[in-house]
Each structure stands twice: as structure tokens, then as C-alpha cells.
Design a protein around this ligand. Sequence first.
Ligand SMILES: C[S@@+](CC[C@H](N)C(=O)[O-])C[C@H]1O[C@@H](n2cnc3c(N)ncnc32)[C@H](O)[C@@H]1O
Length: 268
Amino acid sequence: MKFTQYLERVHDENSGLTFRCFSKFYTETGLTSYEELVELIRESADGKSQILDVACGEGFFLAALEKASVPFLAYHGIDISKNEIEEATRNHSKSKAVFTHGNVFALPVGDESFTHVSMHMALMLFEPIERAINEIHRVLKKGGILSFVVGGMDSSNNGYTQLSKIVRSKLPKGRLSTLDGKPQEALSSETDVTRLFDANDWELLSSRTMELLVGNDVDEIFEFYRASYFWEWLGVNELNNIKKHIKWLVSQSKEPNFPLLLCSLKKK
Ligand SMILES: C[S@@+](CC[C@H](N)C(=O)[O-])C[C@H]1O[C@@H](n2cnc3c(N)ncnc32)[C@H](O)[C@@H]1O
């Protein structure tokens, strides 16, 4: 649970952090990662559907869904950070969406109450992930759809892998992943999804990899990655070295584009 508390603190102190980073960049199709998720969900939504956005942060995703006229009867966002929830309620006061404080491991909603569950950059954070998946399964109706975006695998060898290796090597030992001493379950490929989602309970509908194109502005790329969890433990020298490395990657046209995995599954 230490990791959950860490995430709660980071988001209480920096609400809107993910939105500020991820709404800046676009994929090859010219959409933000939020919009990619919106388009994926659009296919299965109708005026009777109800969606729960788990770990909704400051609520941008649900607002984007509503703005894009994806027809839902009800929009509900839940997050463990009280400040994120307060900001969501304030920022989207004209939206139909309702935002509630809550934990993915004990969602404060009834069994089978949603036709859709969404998660933008959140599922990979939950530890133990199986418990979170079971809870999502509980709140989805039979035939309901879970759609999510998580970080993917660097398939184009663009510099992202190099950058993450450097960052990881600079972090103090024991500061990686869950903070509970256990490595976090990997969730960045279709193989991981198939391993984590029990085929008796879930049918994989689609999985797609893509990249957020981070451009070639070194400061902007640095700020995007600096907002990652754990960077608060890096010292000034380490941060400077990382910035230099980004500069070098950009000069070699190896921009560290951020890999994404976009998936949808149906509850059997
Ligand atoms: C990377 S942010 C994503 C926020 C939002 N989905 C977005 O993309 O803008 C991860 C979010 O997960 C929330 N979170 C972390 N652990 C959680 C838990 N156990 N239950 C509910 N929310 C959690 C954090 O407070 C944070 O808002």
C-alpha cells in the first residue's frame, strides 16, 4: 500500500499533473492520448451507456468524452487524490460528470453498475494489479467494456529506452516501482494484457501500440519526463545530465517519443 500512498501524495501536491503533460503531445494520427481513448470508446457507446473513469485525475478525459459528443447517460470519475477530485469538480462544473473520492481496490459503487470503464495512464500503477482488475470486473455489467491507455514498449528504438535506462540507473536503490520491495507487474504489451486478464473473465477486443511524438524542443521534452514519478529523488547534477542526454538524442534525430498501448476488453 506504500505505493498507493505515494501516488496519493504526489497527486495531492500536483493535481492536474498528468493532464498538463499528456495533453501537450500528439500521436502519429494527430490526436492526444486522451483523444485516442475517446475514439476507441465512441464505437461502443450509446445514449444508455454509463462510464466510470477510474483514477480520473483532474477529470480531463471525461470532459473530452462529453465534448466529443460521445453519448453516455452518465459519466463518473473516481480518484484516490482528494485534491484531484476537488480540481475536477471545479474545472468541469458545467459537465454532466460526477467526481468522487475513492480507491480502485474498493470502488465506492455497486456491482455491475457501468457499461464502460476507462483508465488513462493508470492501470499499470495499481499494485496488486489483479485486485484492481477484479474490482473493475465487479463494477462492469456483463458484456461491459474496459478501455485503457498505458505506457507501451519502445518498438522503434527511438531513444525512449535509452532515456529510461539512464533515469533508472540514477535513482537510489529501492526507489523503483512499488516501493514495497516487489517489482511492479509489467503492463506494456499485448502479451502482458493476455497474462494479466483471465481469459475466463475477459475477451480481448483490441490492442494497438502507438507513440506520443514529443517533438524536438529539449526543454519541453525534459519537462514532460521530469513530471514522471520518482524524479523527485534525482539531484541537480543528475537532472542536468539527463537534459544533456535529451539534447544529444534530439541532435541524432532519436527523439524519446513516449510509447503507448491502447486496449479494450469485454467482460464475459
Ligand atoms: C498518471 S495519473 C492519471 C490521471 C488521469 N487519468 C489522467 O490521465 O489525466 C494516475 C492517477 O491515479 C490515481 N490513483 C493512484 N492510485 C489510485 C488508487 N489506488 N485508486 C484510485 N486512484 C488512484 C492518482 O491519484 C492519479 O490521479
